[in-house]
Design a protein around this ligand. Structure first.
Ligand SMILES: NC(=O)c1ccc[n+]([C@@H]2O[C@H](COP(=O)([O-])OP(=O)(O)OC[C@H]3O[C@@H](n4cnc5c(N)ncnc54)[C@H](OP(=O)(O)O)[C@@H]3O)[C@@H](O)[C@H]2O)c1
Length: 307
C-alpha cells in the first residue's frame, strides 16, 4: 500500500460532494482548496483546509498560484481553459506542478450519439475541454489523468448529489413509477469512492512521472452493475423504515408502451424525452472502483445517501 503522498494537493470543486469527501479522506496530506467559495469544515470536526480564492472564469484565475498536484471536481470546461491560461502566463509555475487529475464525465461516451442539441453540445464541450487539457499537459510534460465517472451519488458532510436524491424524492411523491421493463444497466459511483480514486492516483502519479504511453482517460463506475429497476429497489430498501419512498410501486411496462406514452414529450422537451429513452440504455461497463483501489467490491448503495 502506498503511503499518502507528501506532494501538496490543490483541490478545485471542493464544494461538491466529491470535493467534500476528498477533504474528509485527505488525512495527513497537505491540502489547499482553490475556488470561489471557501471549503466547509470536515464532518468529523477539525479545521477546513487553507483557501486560495480563484475564479476559473477570470482571465488571471483571480490571482491564485496553485502548487503541487491539481485535483479538480469543477466543470472541466471551466478548468481546462483556466489551466491553459495559467500555463501560458506562468510557464515556470506550471512546470513546477506535479501533475493534474481532472474530473470529466462518462457523458462524453454515453451521449455521443444523442439526437437532441443540448446533449450533443454537452459532449462537444466535454471533448474540447479534455483535448485542451491533454494538449496543455503534454506540451509541458506534466502527468494528467482525466476521470470520467458515471452517475455520482451520495452525501459527504452537508453536501449531497442531485440525481439519485431526486429519484428518491420522486419515489416519495408517486404511488407508482412506470419503467421501461427492468430498464437498462447502471453503474452508480459514490462520491466517496470517486474521491478515494483521486487520492489513490494523487499518491502515485508524482512518483510515476510523465509517461506518454499511459492512458490519460479513465472511465469510472461503482462496483455494482444493476438494472435501473434493481437500482430503484435498492434505493427504496436503503431508506428508513416508514419512509414514503418505500411505498412507491415500480410498474414495469413493455418498453414500447412506455416509449409511446412518453412520446408527447418529444414536442414539449426533446431532452426529457431522450432522458426517458435512455432509461432503457445500458450505461455501464466502466472500470469499477475496486479494481483501482484494491480490496473487495462495495455493493450498491454505498452509504451515506443524500438526504
Ligand atoms: N453529478 C454527476 O452525476 C456527474 C456525473 C459525471 C461527472 N460529473 C463531474 O463531477 C464533478 C462534480 O460534479 P458536481 O455535479 O458535483 O459539480 P458541478 O456542478 O459540475 O461543479 C460545481 C463545483 O465547481 C466549482 N466551480 C464552478 N465554477 C467555478 C469557477 N468559475 N471557479 C471556481 N470553481 C468553480 C464550484 O465551486 P463554487 O461554486 O463553490 O465556487 C463547485 O465546487 C464535475 O467535474 C462534473 O462534471 C458529475
Amino acid at each position: 500500500m502506498a503511503l499518502p503522498s507528501p506532494t501538496p494537493i490543490t483541490l478545485f470543486g471542493a464544494t461538491t460532494p466529491s470535493g467534500q469527501a476528498l477533504i474528509e479522506l485527505a488525512g495527513g496530506r497537505q491540502l489547499v482548496v482553490a475556488g470561489r467559495r471557501p471549503p466547509l469544515p470536515p464532518a468529523g470536526g477539525g479545521d477546513p483546509p487553507p483557501f486560495l480564492p480563484c475564479d476559473l472564469e477570470q482571465a488571471s484565475g483571480g490571482g491564485a498560484a496553485p502548487k503541487g498536484l491539481l485535483v479538480s471536481f469543477a466543470p472541466i470546461w471551466s478548468f481546462a481553459p483556466w489551466l491553459a491560461r495559467f500555463a501560458s502566463s506562468d510557464p515556470a509555475g506550471f512546470h513546477a506542478l506535479h501533475g493534474v487529475i481532472a474530473c470529466s464525465s462518462s457523458s462524453v461516451i454515453t451521449k455521443r450519439f444523442a439526437a437532441n442539441g443540448f446533449d450533443r453540445d454537452l459532449v462537444q464541450r466535454l471533448r474540447q475541454a479534455e483535448d485542451l487539457l491533454t494538449q496543455t499537459c503534454a506540451a509541458h510534460a506534466r502527468t494528467l489523468r482525466i476521470l470520467a465517472p458515471t452517475l455520482i451519488y451520495g452525501q459527504a458532510g452537508p453536501l449531497g448529489d442531485r440525481n439519485l436524491s431526486k429519484l428518491r424524492q420522486l419515489l416519495r411523491r408517486l404511488p407508482l413509477m412506470p419503467l421501461p421493463g427492468q430498464g437498462g444497466l447502471r453503474q452508480p459511483i459514490h462520491c466517496r469512492q470517486l474521491a478515494a480514486v483521486a487520492l489513490h492516483l494523487a499518491d502515485r502519479l508524482p512518483q510515476a512521472g510523465f509517461d506518454p504511453s499511459q492512458p490519460v482517460h479513465l472511465p469510472l463506475g461503482g462496483d455494482d452493475t444493476l438494472a435501473y429497476a434493481t437500482m430503484l429497489r435498492r434505493l427504496q430498501d436503503a431508506t428508513e423504515p416508514g419512509d414514503a419512498a418505500r411505498r412507491c410501486g415500480l410498474l414495469a411496462l413493455p418498453p414500447r408502451l412506455f416509449q409511446t406514452l412518453a412520446s408527447p414529450l418529444l414536442l414539449l422537451s426533446p431532452k426529457t424525452f431522450e432522458a426517458l429513452l435512455r432509461m432503457s440504455a445500458d450505461l455501464a461497463g466502466f472500470t469499477p472502483v475496486h479494481r483501482i483501489l484494491g480490496g473487495g467490491p462495495e455493493p450498491f448503495p454505498v452509504l451515506p445517501l443524500a438526504r
